[in-house]
Design a protein around this ligand. Structure first.
Ligand code: NPQ
Ligand code: MG
Length: 372
């Protein structure tokens, strides 16, 4: 398929409630929305980088720069028949996986729509629904956190994840566990600790957690292996797994017992599937992480979770959790048993609401073979 247009929109949406992690508080969620067009079809993708390099080194500015200067010129006017083709055309680009993932996502959507198939079907997904988990930001005090957890347990989420940081960890987790002795519960430190905190982190073993996500350095797999040997609780790596080789190496070293795949972090769906397969062969269960996506990114993530080794609840929430108004629909809602349906409509399974998109778009640029 010949790629004729690549549109980039910078979008910023206010969050319903601020989201605090060990790296800061977000009150709005900016992102880039990508539209690819070719041969009468179009596809949509979302870049999950942030305004600042807090979760990863990429930012929306670096992603835009790489898309405009290197990705668009390599693919516009070219015949691209799939993600493997895209990766071949972009082989010289090192890193910048969130930038590549956004364009790759739009390509998958474009091709699935052109074929009249759902993305889940194109990816070889097998499950028709996926269990939903929710990630809850750091709150003022343990009592406030327990209240927020209660609301989400009532809504039916199958796993609750608490963001933690030094000084905002044990009493918060203890209060939640005391009120909810039986829920699937996990914590995510976003790299806020070091091996010197091992004794402290071992106290988390008392709370029967499903996992401790990315406690140590964002690029580390060696110290995590040391820590995993000292903990009963499974470590799940997030930030540290950026490539299939990272997954292979972390598994070989025993750095984690669970891996979270975020298509943006690993460069898209083709790489996500490779990591999924590596984990499946090694007996490592996988779930899909979240980056406060609009329904475009969320829809793509839901399709990915239909793969057979994505067995743990993912950070895929109902659409209404983050934004008052989304830019694509229909909305995702939680079923009574805490799952999200995998859509069978063509492409990623949502249609863009152009009026809503225009309301949150700060700037837009259209790249064509003639402009790059
Ligand atoms: C995580 N997500 O699993 C991430 C962290 C995260 C749902 O916990 C802007 C940019 C906002 C990056 C919010 C969840 C973000 C962000 C959260 C990353 O570690
Ligand atoms: Mg995480």
């Amino acid at each position: 398929m010949r790629i004729e247009e690549l549109d980039v929109r910078y979008v910023s949406m206010p969050l319903i409630t601020p989201f605090t992690t060990s790296f800061g508080t977000e009150v709005t969620r900016p992102c880039l929305i990508i539209r690819l067009a070719g041969e009468g079809a179009e596809g949509w993708g979302e870049c999950v980088a942030g305004d600042g390099p807090w979760y990863s080194y990429e930012t929306l500015d670096t992603a835009w720069s790489v898309i405009k200067s290197f990705i668009a010129p390599a693919i516009l006017g070219k015949d691209v028949s799939g993600a493997a083709d895209l990766w071949r055309l972009l082989a010289r680009i090192r890193g910048h996986r969130m930038a590549i993932a956004a364009v790759e996502q739009a390509l998958w959507d474009l091709q699935a729509r052109a074929a009249g198939k759902s993305l889940a079907n194109v990816l070889g997904g097998t499950s028709g629904e996926t269990p939903s988990g929710v990630s809850l930001g750091i709150k003022e005090n343990p009592a406030a956190l327990v209240e927020v957890v209660a609301t989400h347990v009532e809504q039916g989420y199958k796993r609750i994840k608490l963001k933690i940081a030094p000084g905002r960890d044990l009493p918060f987790v203890a209060a939640v566990r005391e009120r909810f002795p039986d829920i699937l519960l996990s914590v995510d430190a976003n790299s806020a600790y070091t091996l010197a905190d091992t004794k402290h982190l071992r106290e988390l073993d008392a709370f029967n957690l499903l996992m401790i996500e990315q406690p140590l350095g964002e690029e580390d797999i060696v110290d995590h292996a040391t820590l995993q040997r000292d903990l009963k609780t499974a470590i799940c790596l997030d930030e540290a797994i950026c490539t299939p080789d990272d997954a292979r190496n972390a598994i070989a070293l025993g750095s984690c017992r669970i891996i979270n795949i975020k298509p943006g972090r690993v460069g898209g769906l083709l790489r996500s599937m490779k990591i999924h397969d590596i984990c499946q062969a090694a007996g490592i269960p996988v779930w899909c992480g979240g980056m406060l996506e609009t329904n475009i990114g969320r829809a793509t993530n839901v399709c990915l979770t239909s793969l057979p080794n994505i067995t743990l609840p993912s950070d895929i929430t109902a659409s209404a959790r983050y934004f008052h108004e989304d830019i694509a629909g229909p909305s995702f809602v939680l079923s009574k048993n805490g799952t999200m349906a995998v859509r069978t409509t063509p492409g990623i399974g949502v249609e863009v609401d152009h009026a809503a998109l225009a309301r949150v778009t700060k700037w837009q640029e259209t790249l064509t073979p003639a402009t790059v």
